[in-house]
Design a binder for this molecule. Structure first.
Ligand SMILES: [Cu+2]
Length: 97
C-alpha cells in the first residue's frame, strides 16, 4: 500500500487566515443582505461562493428560509455595494439590510 502525502495548503482555509488577523485594528464590517430567488441548497452554495470570492470577505452565512445572508468583511477592501453586485451577478436579487 502506498502512503500518499497529504499536505494541506493554508490557502484552503481562508477563514483561518482571517481569524489570525482579527484582534488587530483592521477595519471590519458586518452586513446583512436580503436575497430573493434562492430556492434550494444549490442556490445557497452559489450565493455563498459568489460572496466568498470577493477580496476582503472572510465569513459568509446564508439563510435559505429567511432569504438572508450575513457577511463579515474588511471594509477597506470591499463595500456593501460590491456584495449585492456579486449576488446579482450570481443570478439573485440582493439588497442591503
Ligand atoms: Cu437552487
Amino acid at each position: 500500500m502506498m502512503v500518499v502525502p497529504f499536505p494541506v495548503p493554508r490557502s484552503l482555509f481562508p477563514e483561518a487566515k482571517a481569524r489570525d488577523t482579527r484582534g488587530t485594528d483592521l477595519p471590519m464590517a458586518s452586513t446583512k443582505l436580503t436575497i430573493t430567488g434562492m430556492t434550494c441548497d444549490h442556490c445557497v452554495a452559489k450565493v455563498e461562493q459568489a460572496l466568498k470570492n470577493l477580496d476582503g470577505v472572510w465569513s459568509v452565512f446564508v439563510d435559505l428560509d429567511g432569504g438572508e445572508a450575513e457577511v463579515d468583511y474588511d471594509d477597506a477592501k470591499t463595500q456593501a455595494e460590491a456584495l449585492t453586485q456579486a449576488v446579482r451577478a450570481a443570478g439573485y436579487e440582493a439588497t442591503v439590510g
